[in-house]
Design a binder for this molecule. Structure first.
Ligand SMILES: [Zn+2]
Length: 415
């Protein structure tokens, strides 16, 4: 079976329109507060979308296997061959086409490997559900993209996002966030590349069937098709990028501080008081030390300082967010060059291990900088994962947790 039909569903923007119509017709729940159980529009009419996940490449070769019957199609959807199984085989591109083991698929930019049994396909020794599209790039490299039903995709995402011991309700809240975020990426970026999402932190970490656990799978099944929507200034209810992070440290912040995002998305405006992430080891963190040299090298590596700069000579906070995160920094190099950089960009460049969050102070100490009064881990936008877990342990449901961290959002079942 081939999945391309599903892509048309999202390409046509039906999802967004469906959200608007459903909410207008069916969804009458008032604003959700904690302890008020939000309701969901009960529909099951649209097909489940397929999401395209970039797994590997461009690479010289990949290793694939299928532990059961499968069929290979070319880019004209023509069946090339069928086999009962594929033992570990190299897949690479040559002048004439794509080579899989001892078979060559010529005259085709890509081919699809479609297993008959879901989850029997492996790439570089990791198992995945769905099918695999293998592209031959113009410079004869291989690009591997997993075409997988979004519900199956989520089962390979959740285990990497939450500790296994977390409550089922936390997993359910995470499933809805991850589903919404993935669909948002798919709808927003659909035409610009051959895949919808990366399998890394650039989107959400996806490790396939190999990492599936029953709690995460139950959470995905229990929330099937549910996404979060926000009312936009044009009056329409639409899905939005449901940012989430590990530990907010007490307050969430506005998405506009970390991304170029429209401020009319009310659920992402931040300022949510979070009392429950105290259970996180990063609720407060111990002082960190960063040398001027480390900062200089990191900024040079990212092209923010020219190579002839000797050293960073000062790092000053020039703006903070409402609740005290570092919003903007001024870096002084060699005593004269000045660079303005957002706190979040600086944190990502320095790395989370050295700078877990921007919720801290920076003090100069000789040729070093001390990060003090540190609170939280991650950007602090949207759902706080440890905070969500704290609420779940107090008995709150997934939908209550989501209405807390994304105020004004509404859950909708879109398929
Ligand atoms: Zn929190």
């Amino acid at each position: 079976m081939k999945f391309d039909n599903y892509r048309l569903f999202l390409r046509s923007g039906v999802l967004i329109v469906a959200c608007a119509v459903l909410l207008a017709l069916v969804f009458l729940s008032p604003g959700c507060k904690l302890r008020r159980q939000p309701t969901i529009a009960p529909v099951e009419k649209l097909p489940q979308p397929i999401i395209r996940v970039k797994l590997a490449g461009p690479a010289d070769k990949i290793i694939i296997a299928v532990d059961g019957p499968f069929t290979v199609y070319n880019s004209d959807s023509r069946e090339i061959f069928t086999a009962r199984k594929l033992s570990l085989a190299y897949c690479y591109a040559d002048k004439a086409g794509i080579v899989i083991g001892d078979k060559r698929i010529g005259g085709s930019d890509f081919c699809d490997i479609v297993p008959q049994i879901n989850g029997t396909l492996s790439l570089n020794r990791r198992y995945y559900r769905g099918s695999l599209r293998i592209y031959r790039t113009s410079d004869a490299k291989i690009l591997a993209v997993n075409h997988v039903r979004i519900e199956d995709y989520l089962k390979g995402v959740l285990p990497g996002e939450l500790p296994r011991r977390f409550e089922l309700e936390t997993f359910k809240a995470q499933a809805i966030c991850a589903r919404t975020f993935a669909l948002y990426e798919k709808v927003t970026l659909r035409s610009s590349r051959r895949w919808d999402v990366f399998a890394t932190e650039a989107s959400q970490v996806y490790l396939g069937k190999s990492v599936e656990i029953s709690k995460a799978n139950r959470a995905v099944d229990a929330t099937r098709g549910i996404v979060l929507t926000a009312k936009r200034s044009n009056g329409r209810w639409q899905i939005f990028p449901t940012y989430y992070s590990s530990t907010c440290g007490g307050w969430t912040q506005s998405a506009s501080n970390i991304a170029n995002i429209s401020s009319d998305i009310k659920p992402l405006r931040g300022g949510v008081r979070c009392m429950t992430c105290k259970i996180s080891p990063y609720y407060r963190w111990s002082d960190r030390r960063i040398s001027a040299d480390e900062i200089t090298q990191a900024l040079k590596k990212h092209g923010l300082l020219p190579a002839d700069v000797r050293t960073v000579t000062d790092v000053r906070v020039i703006r903070r967010t409402r609740h005290g995160r570092i919003a903007m920094l001024e870096i002084v190099a060699d005593g004269e060059r000045r660079l303005k950089i957002s706190g979040e960009r600086f944190r990502l460049i320095i790395g989370s291990r050295k700078m877990p969050s921007t919720f801290c102070d920076i003090e100069k100490s000789g040729r070093e900088y001390m990060l003090t009064h540190g609170r939280g881990l991650g950007h602090g936008v949207g759902m706080c994962q440890y905070g969500a877990e704290g609420l779940a342990r107090e008995g709150y449901t997934a939908l209550e947790i989501l209405s807390h961290y994304y105020p004004g959002s509404k859950p909708v079942r879109v398929y």
